[in-house]
Design a protein around this ligand. Structure first.
Ligand SMILES: Cc1cc2nc3c(=O)[nH]c(=O)nc-3n(C[C@H](O)[C@H](O)[C@H](O)COP(=O)(O)OP(=O)(O)OC[C@H]3O[C@@H](n4cnc5c(N)ncnc54)[C@H](O)[C@@H]3O)c2cc1C
Length: 388
């Protein structure tokens, strides 16, 4: 790219072409805003988005996460009809296996999910075993979300960028943001890939790099990288579809992808945070041992370590996203820190970010728990919802 000294004026500059940035770009452009997207890498969805488990669920324990996720799932479901583009939504289902100590308490979450329109079934152990095979020891009951499932994160990111371009948005790749300054009129001067932008609003959608991007503007946004691994059995080893099945007590989960079984566990406790996408094969042994206790058939399946992958969660200390204007800079909008659920919430996050840009506030949902100002309050930070 040729360096350009002339400043390019836009209403909204979106930093990052992952699924969140792409959705924000589309939704802002749909409101008639001029939009530019700048992406450090040479293509879209090359950060966390392209390395995710691609799963979507309406089953959460709090209103906001249910609203953001379930409305997003419905938009993924209807995407082809609404926009003529395929985002790969498949209603393959999500099965949560609950231990006794969480089962009664979880019934309130089921009530809340149903009251907000999420299809969810409460199953006893034999009914759950008909959907997915598992060792029932210690399992009190299960919940099944038949419209939970998967999307294609690359396809969805591409679709949002395509829609944004139809509204005259432009995207620059290989264009890392290296300099950000606030102007006296509250607009932003941003240098990316040798090009200088003057933006009325900046959307910080840089995933696990969002803390670094905010620091360029002198702001503190506590989001960084935390590695997660997904392991796989050999091709041909999985002969029937397995819906995403989560053992709530341990956090291990399995699902089929074609003729392989994928499995993952929670993060390695002694792992240092930071960007690292090398597959952790030592940790695989621990995850495998825990997984085999709940899913004994896995012990008989050959593992294919070459089919494993690792990526990073865009992690916030309380595993909860930061969405909305910076408390001290109304034209700086954060959309980051999704900590493992950015794919499933991207459609609705883009919509509320556009609302923030257009109205100066988010009013269609109560998103106050996602405000950056929560870190200024005294007391412990508690994750909202069901975190995996
Ligand atoms: C193994 C794994 C499993 C997961 N499973 C799920 C799941 O099942 N369901 C789900 O919903 N979520 C899941 N997630 C989380 C999900 O992938 C993320 O929450 C989501 O992709 C975040 O999207 P994003 O656009 O914010 O970030 P990213 O996709 O990381 O995009 C941010 C972009 O910003 C760019 N960028 C960074 N710095 C700069 C800069 N200075 N200038 C310009 N561009 C910059 C990066 O290059 C990157 O492309 C998983 C993640 C991992 C790693």
């Amino acid at each position: 790219m040729q360096p350009c000294n002339e400043e390019q004026g836009v209403d909204v500059l979106v930093i990052g072409a992952g699924i969140i940035g792409a959705s924000c770009a589309y939704h802002c452009s749909a409101l008639g805003r001029s939009v530019a997207v700048v992406e450090a890498l040479s293509t879209y969805a090359a950060g966390s988005t392209g390395r995710s488990f691609a799963s979507v669920r309406g089953q959460w324990a709090d209103r906001l996460n249910i609203e953001l996720s379930w409305r997003s799932i419905q938009r993924y479901r209807d995407f082809a009809n609404d926009h003529g583009l395929d985002v790969g939504y498949r209603a393959t289902g999500y099965l949560f296996l609950f231990p006794q100590r969480e089962w009664q308490q979880h019934q309130a979450a089921v009530e809340l999910q149903r009251s907000l329109g999420v299809p969810v079934e409460v199953l006893d152990v034999p009914a759950a075993q008909r959907l997915s095979s598992f060792d029932p020891a210690g399992i009190a009951g299960a919940t099944w979300g038949p419209e939970d499932g998967q999307v294609d994160p690359h396809g969805a990111t591409s679709a949002f960028l395509t829609l944004a371009r139809r509204n005259d948005a432009r995207a620059w790749f290989g264009a890392p943001v290296v300099e950000i300054a606030e102007n006296t009129d509250a607009s932003w001067s941003v240098l990316a890939g040798g090009r200088r932008f003057r933006a009325q609003h900046v959307v910080n959608a840089a995933g696990g790099w969002s803390g670094e991007v905010a620091a360029l503007a002198g702001m503190d946004v506590p989001v960084g990288h935390s590695r997660r691994n997904v392991y796989a059995t050999a091709a041909g080893s999985c002969t029937r579809p397995v819906p995403l099945t989560i053992d709530v007590a341990t956090g291990v989960a399995v699902r089929s992808e074609g003729d392989r079984l994928l499995f993952y566990g929670s993060h390695r406790p002694d792992q240092a945070d930071g960007y690292d996408i090398a597959v952790d094969l030592d940790w695989m042994q621990t995850v495998l041992e825990t997984s085999v206790e709940r899913f004994p058939y896995l012990a008989d399946m050959p593992i294919d370590t070459r089919a494993a992958w690792a990526g990073t969660y865009d992690l916030c200390p309380d595993h909860t996203a930061i969405v909305g204007a910076d408390p001290a800079h109304a034209t700086w909008v954060n959309a980051c820190g999704f900590s493992g659920h950015g794919v499933m919430q991207a459609p609705e996050v883009g919509r509320i970010v556009a609302e923030q840009v257009q109205l100066g506030r988010i009013e269609s949902v109560d998103a106050s728990s996602l405000s950056l100002s929560r870190f200024d309050r005294d007391g412990p930070l508690v994750p909202i919802g069901m975190v995996f």
